[in-house]
Design a protein around this ligand. Structure first.
Ligand SMILES: *[C@@H]1O[C@H](CO)[C@@H](O)[C@H](O)[C@H]1NC(C)=O
Ligand SMILES: *[C@@H]1O[C@H](CO)[C@@H](O)[C@H](O)[C@H]1NC(C)=O
Ligand SMILES: *[C@@H]1O[C@H](CO)[C@@H](O)[C@H](O)[C@H]1NC(C)=O
Ligand SMILES: *[C@@H]1O[C@H](CO)[C@@H](O)[C@H](O)[C@H]1NC(C)=O
Ligand SMILES: *[C@@H]1O[C@H](CO)[C@@H](O)[C@H](O)[C@H]1NC(C)=O
Ligand SMILES: *[C@@H]1O[C@H](CO)[C@@H](O)[C@H](O)[C@H]1NC(C)=O
Length: 802
């Protein structure tokens, strides 16, 4: 009875909202609507809740209503009498977002990639009438980089996809990329146009390299793509699209960007195309893909056929991603040429789908080729509102602010945060916290959403939780308070040590404020060993904060309520991993300094310490299911229907995370600190290096970096990629006991005065970098950070004790 009165009041309140919510964005994007009826979205949201909570999901009631008044923003209202929670919302996504809002903010729960903490209080927290109402701050929440599907999702079965789509919905994602299975559609189009299987085998990428073949960066590498893969991924895409749509998401599917098989020159001798430059130094067989000339009639033909085939297979959702110039330079900088390219891409979409919207990654604009006239030409080549641009790296290098808000085209403020799915603890949380608000306040801002565009997931979950809350946050957070609540909901228990640990991480690893490059490049354990020039891993924080945070987590591990908590164990392993990673810089510098001083004893001492650290790291990572090479390989092999295919898929899996290309073209870009990879790949490299340096001192010979690199490739790196050695896909040992032992043994070395020098040199480098790159493009960082080798200076400090 009480509840019914409450529901009635909530409904009246809902109607009242009509007067309160006047926000409306004036873009002709209104036709982008979920394909599913509210009735069916309601069922989908209810099913999601049951999947996440099991039996306790029964306590949640979802009611969907059309939005009150003229708003096109998602709204949810939460009411709870302690026994039943009523979520009234405008869409399945709004309901799922309301559900997670309740879990997180009232029940102190968390649901993330590494696991879930869903210890619900009983009775459930009460929210009295008129309840808690939240309106999304923008129309869209976007998710995925075009690379994420290759770096992180590549081996996923439906079961894992299903969990991810639940996660997306709970975080309000309503505009997800859905790129799976597109090779099946391209295959149909090209076969109709006369191409052969062999032509296409040379064109499609291998299973782990599809993202870059699709973008025309290279082709055929890791192939030939098995037909079973193509067929099974198509089935998977049906499952993905069906689920996304049922919840009210608008999936973004591929459009035609112009990248065509090279056989086009044989089949259509009159066709015009440009030959792209070699991307990252791939051999001829894989590089220099063909980009069909935008004015060639075949462009419209293929582009239209592609969307028609998609429509026949899946139906239409109207949003298409196409990137013709992702890390590829257009053949001409003439704005007229650029304009005609944009027009051709969009026209091909439009011919097949009169409601087409072109969604473009704004990554290309990070390149210095793109100056204001070129950017403006591309962005104004289609009518306003017919394009959505992703400001892909907005937390570090926003484009909207230097293009008058994309010259009037709607854009989405995206956090990229991660390259290659590497694992260093890192974040610029000040920018993530404030950036979207600044972008909305920008004069004549055309921002229509927020988004996540990491190249890889499964790292730094705190940064993504924070970014996702920009879906509904009404102002930036007080980060101290926010972090306390994050820690509380992550483990479901308040604990002083835990709070101290996370506050320290917040001010250190997660406060990379001011666009400072350096993270995840030249990370000692996972980098190819180098004496000349020395590795150059910069740090941007006082390492003492990281090590103290580690100490607090170790202390907290004595707490009974934390010991069996999956997310706590994961964090304990992850922070220990990162602490060892930073500590390894000390041993590395000890090694190279000793070598340069002809000090063989110290060299061997440093070498032994580094190798022992790598052994310990491997054991540590092997104790948690999230850090296992064995799982990555097993998941890859499951997609092969015979041994030959399984072996090829395993090769894809191994190559992507190590050599990335036949000869190490993008070596270690997607490095992973995983058990098995440390023992089977990284450690043998370091062993070879240390042995060689030691032998050079003994014989009085010079160290030959080039020769070492060659031997390293032939003796360690390449053999690893061809190897079939099996690694455990189940964790071994007790993480807590392993960490306690590691902490005891390594803590003293974390106190080395060396780290204060390292920070000082890093900061000086940062200052110089900032002065030098003022008003310049971000891409130039990398050159600069290579130029400036501060270890050289550290090595000259006379009285560091190792
Ligand atoms: C915003 O748009 C208005 C109307 O088009 C224009 O007059 C004004 O100059 C713009 N403001 C800025 C800062 O660009
Ligand atoms: C991050 O560092 C900046 C500059 O040192 C400081 O002003 C800011 O308060 C720090 N933020 C956090 C969250 O610690
Ligand atoms: C943790 O799990 C183990 C094994 O499942 C169990 O024996 C132990 O009692 C649990 N500890 C706590 C504090 O729940
Ligand atoms: C190290 O030894 C080499 C050859 O024995 C010698 O040429 C060089 O000067 C020595 N360097 C130092 C720093 O002692
Ligand atoms: C060091 O390695 C290089 C190349 O890998 C090799 O040619 C050389 O013989 C090695 N030096 C010693 C002293 O072992
Ligand atoms: C780092 O923090 C420690 C402990 O708080 C402090 O003693 C040290 O001076 C700090 N180092 C720098 C370079 O700020």
């Amino acid at each position: 009875m009480e509840l019914n009165t409450g529901k009635l009041l909530a409904f009246m309140y809902w109607l009242l909202l009509a007067n309160l919510v006047l926000a409306r964005q004036d873009f002709p994007l209104d036709h982008l609507r979920p394909k599913t009826s509210l009735h069916d979205q309601r069922q989908a949201a209810q099913d999601l809740i049951n999947r996440v909570l099991g039996d306790r999901g029964k306590a949640f009631q979802v009611i969907l209503r059309p939005p009150p008044g003229p708003t096109n923003l998602d709204i949810f209202n939460l009411l709870s009498d302690g026994k039943e929670v009523t979520i009234t919302a405008t869409s399945g996504i709004a309901a799922a977002m309301g559900f997670y809002y309740y879990l997180k903010n009232y029940c102190n729960c968390q649901y993330t990639w590494a696991g879930a903490q869903l210890n619900l209080p009983d009775p459930l927290p009460v929210i009295t009438s008129p309840g808690k109402t939240v309106t999304a701050t923008n129309r869209f929440r976007y998710y995925q980089n075009v690379c994420t599907v290759s770096y992180s999702f590549v081996w996923w079965s439906w079961e894992r996809w299903e969990r991810e789509i639940d996660w997306m919905a709970m975080n309000g994602i309503n505009l997800p990329l859905a790129f799976t299975g597109q090779e099946a559609i391209f295959q149909r189009v090209y076969i109709k146009l006369g191409f052969t299987q062999e032509d296409l085998e040379a064109h499609f990428g291998g299973a782990a390299f599809l993202a870059w073949a699709r973008m025309g960066n290279m082709e055929g590498w890791g192939g030939p793509l098995p037909q079973t893969w193509i067929d099974v991924q198509l089935i998977l895409q049906h499952q993905i699209l069906t689920r996304m749509r049922s919840l009210g998401m608008i999936p973004v599917v591929p459009g035609f960007a112009g990248h065509v098989p090279k056989a086009i020159s044989r089949l259509y001798p009159g066709s015009k195309y440009m030959v792209n430059d070699d991307w990252c130094g791939f051999p001829k067989q894989y590089c220099c893909t063909y980009l069909l000339e935008f004015s060639d009639p075949l462009f419209q033909k293929i582009g239209t056929m592609f969307i028609q085939e998609m429509e026949a297979e899946f139906g239409l959702d109207h949003v298409y991603n196409a990137d013709s110039f992702n890390e590829l330079t257009p053949k001409s900088s003439d704005p007229e040429y650029i304009r005609s390219s944009g027009k051709a891409i969009y026209d091909a979409m439009l011919q097949a789908d009169p409601q087409a919207i072109w969604l473009m990654q704004g990554w290309l604009f990070q390149s210095s080729f793109w100056k204001p006239p070129q950017i403006e030409a591309l962005l104004t080549s289609v009518p306003q509102g017919k394009m959505i641009v992703l400001d892909l790296f907005a937390e570090i290098s926003p484009i909207y602010s230097r293009t008058n808000s994309f010259y009037g085209q709607p854009f989405i403020w995206c956090m990229l945060h991660n390259f290659g799915g590497t694992m260093e603890l890192f974040g610029d949380i000040e920018s993530v916290n404030k950036g979207p608000f600044d972008a909305r306040m920008f004069p004549n801002s055309t921002m229509v959403g927020t988004g996540l565009t990491p190249e890889g997931i499964n790292q730094n979950e705190i940064v993504y939780e924070l970014m996702n809350e920009n879906a509904w946050a009404s102002e930036p957070w007080d980060l101290t308070e926010w972090v306390s609540h994050f820690a509380l909901s992550r483990y479901g228990t308040s604990d002083e040590n835990i709070d101290m640990a996370w506050q320290l991480l917040k001010k250190s690893v997660y406060n990379n404020t001011g666009n400072f490059d350096g993270h995840s490049s030249d990370v000692v354990p996972t980098s190819r060993p180098r004496l000349i020039p020395p590795l150059n891993h910069k740090i941007w924080y006082n390492t003492s904060d990281l090590y103290q945070a580690w100490g607090y987590l170790v202390k907290a591990s004595a707490s009974a309520s934390l010991q069996n908590n999956t997310l706590f164990r994961y964090d304990l392993v992850d922070v220990t991993r990162n602490s060892l990673q930073i500590l390894s810089i000390l041993y590395y510098v000890e090694i190279i300094t000793a070598f340069n001083r002809n000090d063989s004893a110290t060299l061997q001492d440093g070498g032994a310490k580094l190798l022992k650290l790598l052994d310990d790291l491997d054991v540590l990572l092997g104790s948690d299911p999230h850090f296992l090479l064995g799982s990555w390989i097993k998941d890859a092999r499951q997609w092969g229907e015979n041994e030959e295919q399984q072996d090829l898929l395993e090769y894809n899996a191994r190559n992507q995370i190590t050599l990335w290309g036949p000869n190490g073209e993008i070596r270690d870009y997607a490095a992973k600190q995983w058990s098995g990879l440390i023992s089977g790949y990284y450690k043998p490299r370091w062993e070879l290096f240390i042995n060689n340096l030691t032998a050079c001192l003994a014989k009085g010979t010079k160290f030959d970096q080039a020769k070492f690199d060659e031997d390293n490739f032939l003796l360690v790196e390449q053999p690893f990629t061809f190897s079939k050695t099996e690694y455990p896909s189940q964790p071994q040992g007790d993480s807590i006991l392993i960490v306690l032992d590691i902490y005891k043994r390594y803590y003293p070395d974390t106190q080395s005065e060396f780290f204060n020098h390292l920070l000082r040199f890093s900061m000086e480098g940062k200052k110089r970098f900032m002065e030098k790159t003022k008003n310049r493009m971000i891409k130039q960082w990398h050159h600069y950070s290579r130029e400036w080798k501060y270890y050289d200076s550290i090595i000259d400090i006379p009285n560091i004790t190792w």
